[in-house]
Design a protein around this ligand. Structure first.
Ligand code: CDT
Length: 393
């Protein structure tokens, strides 16, 4: 029987299990780290059967999509880097080997097409994470949203944690910083439809969930549901001290930001050992009232299902004193006045449009005495120019 209730939307965080060991021939991050200086390191990494891993993950995802659809679920969300698992626990310096973990335009189109057909057939929206290799050889940690109507939306991860090299890490850690570019696209919110009702959806990826800016930005765009795939480990040597806080640091930001912005958040992990590194799991659905509506109970594959009522977003958004809004202009002016982020903004202006003259204009202005008085106005001008730039390729 379809338990889908009127006006409510049934959603699922699809927690994926660990990848069976036979597909990576015993290569785990701890062993790989010890072998980094060995002459056979590359052949050690190349023994990972990434095609078998992709096939395994896609197979599990397809099964879960069908199970979810039969239960009346209209939106299913999978973790960060669903197709490959979280390979940045491994240090992969050889570009050719690294690229095997990525989807280029051609393979991505094929995979998205497969899921798009599944979405249409099963009348369920699907979101999952993957490693994206662009035509310009840039690498992003990306998530896609696919609707039964054929809508496709993408988000590239902004906050990239970890280290670039083992020398820098000193102890076993994760090497995302050496692998992915940080996206400058911001935090898009797109319109979609569930059960004949409009909804505004945004995406963030793993570490992004620990920063306020994504929530604030999406809240200002009146987001209703934020999708968040992640991979969070226990026991990385570097973060031992944090182990007793690991769940608190996961749930609390999600709960508090859900209340601040009046949004649902679907947060979903891969559980078990990921390339030998034990993951916290903890997939959950959070309401705009900050309640954990449902969360995973195991460190294994699980569908974490909730009935959500999008009306609650409006109810909680209304708690902001009848329409008083966050003041983005005050935030922007405050940041630029304290010169926070201004170099990055100017670099981007320079890179994107060749705004050398704007940089020298600001240099000159900084030396004018009257400038202090007009600084806020000028900075607003700079930001309004900046906000119009298309910053992605
Ligand atoms: N994948 C990812 O972004 N993970 C980070 C942990 C980095 S290591 C402590 C996270 O915030 O969960």
């Amino acid at each position: 029987m379809n338990k889908f209730k009127d006006k409510q939307l049934k959603v699922a965080a699809a927690q994926l299990s660990e990848i069976p060991k036979e597909y990576f021939g015993g290569v785990d991050a701890y062993m790989a780290f010890k072998k980094i200086k060995a002459s056979d390191y590359d052949s050690y990494i190349s023994s990972i059967d990434i095609e078998a891993i992709r096939k395994f993950n896609i197979g599990r995802m397809m099964d879960l999509i069908q199970t979810a659809s039969k239960d009346g679920i209209k939106l299913i969300v999978f973790p960060e880097l669903s197709l490959t698992g979280f390979f940045p626990y491994l240090y992969i310096k050889n570009e050719k080997l690294l690229n095997k973990f990525f989807e280029d335009k051609e393979s991505l189109n094929k995979t998205v097409q497969t899921f798009s057909e599944l979405s249409k057939k099963n009348k369920i929206a699907i979101s999952f994470g993957f490693a994206e290799l662009t035509n310009h050889s840039r690498r992003y940690n990306t998530a896609v949203y696919i609707s039964p109507e054929g809508q496709k939306e993408y988000y590239r991860k902004t906050h990239i944690p970890g280290f670039e090299t083992p020398d820098e890490a000193g102890v076993l850690f994760q090497f995302e910083k050496g692998i992915f570019s940080s996206s400058r696209q911001g935090y898009p919110v797109f319109e979609t439809r569930f059960n004949n009702r409009d909804a505004k959806v945004g995406m963030i990826i793993c570490h992004d969930r620990r920063y306020n800016a994504p929530y604030l930005s999406m809240g200002l765009k009146k987001v209703n549901i934020i999708l968040n795939g992640y991979n969070t480990p226990f026991n990385l040597s570097f973060a031992d001290a944090l182990d007793s806080y690991v769940y608190k640091f996961h749930y609390l930001p999600l709960q508090s930001q859900a209340v601040s912005e009046g949004t649902f958040i679907i947060s979903v992990a891969r559980a078990g050992n990921s390339y030998g590194v034990k993951q916290i799991a903890g997939s959950c659905v959070i309401s705009p009232y900050g309640e954990i509506l449902n969360k995973s109970e195991t460190l294994k594959e699980e569908l974490v299902v909730s009935d959500i009522d999008l009306k609650q977003c409006d109810e909680v958004k209304a708690q902001k004193y009848w329409g008083t809004q966050s003041k983005p202009e005050v935030l922007m002016t405050d940041l630029i006045s304290n010169k926070i982020g201004i170099n990055e903004v100017m670099d981007k202006l320079y890179d994107t449009l060749g705004y050398e003259n704007l940089v020298s204009y600001f240099d000159q202005k900084l030396h004018e005495e009257s400038y202090e008085n007009t600084w806020q106005e000028e900075s607003m001008g700079a930001f309004s120019i900046f906000s119009q730039l298309a910053v992605n390729e």
